[in-house]
Design a protein around this ligand. Sequence first.
Ligand SMILES: [Zn+2]
Length: 243
Amino acid sequence: MSHNFQFLTWEDVKNLDKEKTVILLPLGSIEQHGPQNPIGTDYLISSYIAEKSSEKNPMAYCLPPIPVGVSSHHRNFPGTLWFSPEVFRSIIKEIFLALKHHGFKKIIVVNGHGGNTASIMEVIGEFNDKHDFVSLLFEWWKDEKILEEVIGHSQVIHADEVETSVIWAVNEEYVKKEKFENLTSSPKWGRYIGDLFLSSRTDQFTESGIAGALNNISRENGLKILEECIKKLDRHIDLLSKY
Ligand SMILES: [Zn+2]
């Protein structure tokens, strides 16, 4: 039986063991990712990791991704789409409520976009507290150990060497390799006054849309990061299923 939720029948869903089944919800964004990466980068990475983990783990079923996220800070780059945080939280809540209606309570949100994190944590917190849920957040770029081992540092900003390597590893066709040579980037994220943060409107601090290091774009590193993240998610599906 497929572990993509959308390919199940209603009878398949009815027969799932709700106490042990873990539902994966991939989230991301449609936003600029520099001249070399597709605007769907964030949801393409998160849904890849979620799908691959659900193929490995018989207790997991992966929902189709919600591709649009909280990205208005990228809006002056063509193609960026966004939800307000309120609408984004409502969408996650409605999906959680529907899952609850069918008896599910073990959810892992697999997120690919930093701008979504605060909204997701608000909903997860509310459902764990008030709806008897056991839901968790998985974000691939937050694992310092994996990143240190593969690339020697753990700083991932935006459309940089790490994210470009990972989306390249998801699918070779997704990136424009001919753009790699002349990429420019902002060394850090955001605008500041003195040491104090002012704004994350990307067009105000990066012309290319990129922030972070660019010296070491490598599909091989991307493949290693993906492999480790898929293993880590698989391990957490097990832990949650038995919890
Ligand atoms: Zn991204």
